[in-house]
Design a protein around this ligand. Sequence first.
Ligand code: TXA
Ligand code: MG
Length: 324
Amino acid sequence: MPSSQLPSIATFQRAVKLLKQGKLVVIPTETVYGLAADAFNPQALKKIFALKKRPYFDPLILHISDESQLKLMVQKIPPSAKKLIKAFWPGPLTLVLPAKENVPTIARANLPTVAVRMPQHPVAKHLLKQFGKPLAAPSANRFGRISPTSSQAVKKEFGIHTPLILEGGECLLGLESTIVHFLKNKPEILRLGSITMEQIENVLKQPVSLRKKTVLKQPLASGQLPQHYAPKKPLTLLPFHWRQKPPSFKKSDALLLFRKPLPYFPGQQIILSPQGSLQAAARKLYHSLRKLDESKARHLYAEIFPSRYLGITINDRLQKAAHN
Ligand code: TXA
Ligand code: MG
């Protein structure tokens, strides 16, 4: 985004002041917008849960600006985590590591672990530097809804209750960070995200498993709940070869498609990337789902993506959005 649109020095100062007072600030990141508060102020963290209507069993991601802050919060960093840090930080990777006791229990839902990431967005980085301490920040949406990829989407989520927003333009990646945890030093993906499984395996030079379902009473990541990232309208998925035998659509239906439009379709359709770029489609996915959710359409249909690279993450989000 042009630097003239970046928040002014005065806006950054105001944000730091609010955070020090235990208030919330909306921050842009390269994945999605976050609802940030001082990670070490439990009263401030309660405000995140209240505004999002988020259950306390769902722990937060703590955002840092340099690795020295990580060492203050975690007991140890397994060698494979070190490799991932070197390859992907700053960037869309969240690591779940054994927490030191000083990490507030509300931030980690009483778990013995804490989720940490170092974002890459220049506005988030600058704010973190100015604030000097970690910021807890879940996606800036009501619990279970679609993550916001623009400041306008955040305003629509929270209306008059929207905290100060640091403008950062449209999010470059558009899908949340990939969450990896380490059980006895063995890496496992808890939530697929902007970094693909292949990218992680290439760095670690070993196969990495993906946790499909939680066996715990409490899900390890809220993205593991069957319904999440959901629009308000019913959403039906179109299986991979749906064009061979398309359903009989109505004018009041809307379609979310990867690269090719459906000729003669009477309703609204959004093509995510005519060039067939998975990155471009990922960037537009949540924005487009929101747009169709706000449109006059009554029923939404989304086409399943090719099951490779970011297509796997996109399908994961579509499946969770459609679970109703
Ligand atoms: O890209 C992102 O990760 C964005 C931006 C704002 O950084 N944040 C985000 O936060 O997606 P949120 O709260 O929507 O998702 C955080 C996920 C939750 O599903 C939570 O359960 C999981 O991280 N998580 C946090 N701490 C955890 C822990 N100790 N163990 C397992 N999962 C954890
Ligand atoms: Mg979220």
